[in-house]
Design a protein around this ligand. Structure first.
Ligand SMILES: Nc1nc2c(ncn2[C@@H]2O[C@H](COP(=O)(O)OP(=O)(O)O)[C@@H](O)[C@H]2O)c(=O)[nH]1
Ligand SMILES: [Mg+2]
Length: 426
């Protein structure tokens, strides 16, 4: 105890010269003090300021070793792992990184290749809507629209190779049909892809000869991820972190339940986990389990990730995604309290001055549920006990490039600052 108290002023005195060197000096010399010099306080202080020459040599050597290590840190790619339930927005984030950081992110040919996925999205949407109009016992506006519906149903779930004039006419008629609109409003009762409205609104434009998919089309197009996806990009480092560029590698290992066995494989050497949770999914159930609420599944997964012992050293950043979907649903009069009755308790105790509208209240409630999870004591393992970890939260719209750009400025800073401070360099 005496030793520690006395060494503190010594540390301060050397910090001015070299933080890197001082750390080494502390480590190597400190041990020596403990072993050999724990006699009088005076001795300790003197020894701290006047090091024997061989010790200075060692310190110099060690210091340059750390500088090399520091340079390596800059050179080594920062690995970021995307986790979250299916359809939470992981693949969309990978696409945004490509759009934001890679020149000519999608070539002409790649864009053309996306057309078939877009046709799939259009057909999957209209086919499911028409099917559900029948199942929910709703009615089409007219006999003509009824015929269009039959035409779509006869095609089966497989999308057409191209969008014929007849097909486009039918889709447009149906998409403006009042029965289909009522059905769309109830789409939380069945499984409809998020991009339904985006593509059904644009079906005519997309069917034009020579149409080239835009970034918006690519970002909104839903396709289940198979295999591990990776994107690599360089980020300019802010001056405050030394300038230069830093390579990032971002991985998406899929989110559906059957993909989760792959998660563990990707944990090694990861500096940060980006966990996505779809706030817009509060009134929906899982595609793979119609009894489980999507947001509740997101909370459960987050609990598993936060308390996972392989991720104990990894920074965790949460993207509370699909804020636009959440807003639309609340504007349409839905409430999270229908699915999470504890919302009322939260609102009753919340600071009313800050939570003045329903959207703010709802998203604060979702965040508070996540924060509560980070405050839960670790379950079995002792490795996390007493460890103070910070979780960072962002409200995001993954399909909005501008929003993602802004959020990632912050994310890069968090990751890089955390990385450097782990090495005691900040
Ligand atoms: N409106 C909206 N759609 C989103 C958002 N994030 C993702 N999506 C859409 O949600 C669907 C599923 O996203 P995806 O990235 O494939 O999810 P993943 O399964 O986690 O990879 C896609 O159609 C995306 O375009 C968002 O913030 N807002
Ligand atoms: Mg995906």
């Amino acid at each position: 105890v005496t030793f520690r108290a006395l060494l503190t002023p010594c540390r301060k005195s050397t910090v001015g010269h070299s933080v890197v060197g001082d750390r080494i000096a502390r480590r190597t010399a400190g041990l020596r003090y403990i072993l050999h010099h724990h006699n009088t306080p005076i001795m300790l202080l003197i020894d701290c300021f006047r090091r024997p020459s061989h010790e200075l040599q060692a310190r110099k050597k060690q210091s340059s070793k750390e500088v090399v290590q520091m340079r390596k840190l800059y050179r080594d790619p920062v690995k970021v792992l995307l986790l979250g339930a299916g359809e939470s927005g992981k693949t969309t984030i990978i696409k945004q990184m490509r759009i934001l950081h890679i020149q000519n992110s999608y070539s002409f040919d790649e864009r053309l290749e996306k057309l078939s996925d877009i046709y799939e999205n259009i057909h999957e949407s209209i086919y499911e809507l028409v099917r559900q109009v029948v199942l929910l016992e709703l009615e089409f506006d007219s006999i003509a629209n009824q015929r269009c519906a039959e035409y779509i149903l006869r095609m089966g779930p497989q999308a057409p190779w191209n969008l014929s004039a007849e097909y486009v006419r039918c889709v447009r008629r149906l998409w403006s049909d009042a029965g289909v609109k009522r059905c769309y409003k109830r789409s939380n009762e069945f499984q409809l892809i998020d991009s339904a409205k985006y593509f059904l609104d644009r079906v005519e434009k997309i069917s034009m000869p020579g149409y080239i998919p835009t970034n918006g089309d690519i970002l909104n197009c839903r396709k289940t991820t198979t295999g591990i996806q990776e994107v690599r990009f360089n980020v300019r480092m802010p001056g405050s972190l030394g300038g230069g560029t830093q390579e990032f590698r971002m991985f998406d290992v899929g989110g559906q339940r059957h993909h989760r066995s792959k998660w563990m494989q990707a944990f090694e050497g990861v500096q940060a986990v980006l966990f996505l949770i779809s706030c817009g999914g509060f009134d929906q159930t899982l595609r793979e389990d119609p009894k489980q609420n999507r947001l509740a599944e997101g909370f459960e997964l987050f609990r598993g990730v936060w308390h996972n012992r392989f991720l104990a050293e990894t920074g965790v950043i949460v993207f509370m995604n699909k804020q636009d979907v959440l807003e639309q649903k609340l504007l349409a009069g839905q409430s999270i309290r229908t699915y999470f009755p504890d919302y009322d308790d939260y609102v009753a105790f919340a600071d009313k001055d800050q939570l003045y509208d329903e959207l703010t209240r709802t998203r604060s409630f979702i965040r508070s549920k996540l924060v509560d999870i980070t405050n839960e004591p670790p379950r079995r393992t002792s490795h996390l006990v007493g460890r103070k970890r910070t979780c960072y939260f962002h409200f995001t719209i993954a399909t909005d490039t501008q929003n993602v750009r802004t959020v990632f400025n912050d994310v890069h800073n968090i990751i890089l600052t955390k990385n450097l401070s782990k090495m005691d360099l900040l």
